[in-house]
Design a protein around this ligand. Sequence first.
Ligand SMILES: [Zn+2]
Length: 255
Amino acid sequence: MECFFAFIFGLVVGSFLNVCIYRIPKGKSVVSPPSSCPNCGSTIAWYDNIPIISYLILRGKCRHCREKISIRYPLVEILTALMTLAVTCKFGVSFDLFYYLILVYYLIVISFIDIDTMEIPVKLSYFALILGIILSPLSRNVGLIDSVLGASFGAGIILFIIETYYILTGKEGMGYGDANIMAVIGAFLGWKLVPVALFFASLIGTAVGITLMVLKKKDRKLALPFGPFLAAGALTALFYGREILNWYLEGIGTC
Ligand SMILES: [Zn+2]
């Protein structure tokens, strides 16, 4: 029953996250006006705005102008629903469920905005960062000090990478937006999981980068948004980080 509600709740939130992904980079309000078709501008009625179901009934087309609706809308809804379900299974109905859902929803929004625009909205990151720090004393997993250390450590590592890369190559590799994302991740996960998140972000990023280069035969200058990989690394750390860290530290201990 919990799982069912988590999934439905996730679908509804996913629908809202679509609005955020679309409007935040344009500097528009995410609350008003109501959603409208990007092609013909007609307002979308509530019965045409039901997650997944409306998309299927309308066969992926606007009711008024028949313009195709991007498959990404239902995909973001399903992704959000599945992530909500996973966090619910991991933490149960608790404060940590609420706490980590904030992080997960933030990560979904910035990942898609980064893919679309190659930029990370600064205000959104600061908002998430503040929430992560001020709510951390209520979490069973991170405390206030751990959260502040995590945010500083996360941002610090990325800034260090940016500066080093610039000194060595004279070019900008990662952006300051990535440092902001890593600060948010550190604030929610605590400083110990920062290296775990970064390790998996690099691993997944490298794997995807190489695959794309082979498939599309693109040159090495291929610029990939790093936000989605940081998000994937953070999710790995959220779900398996403590186990991975224990396993790793035990391994060192037995050496
Ligand atoms: Zn339309």
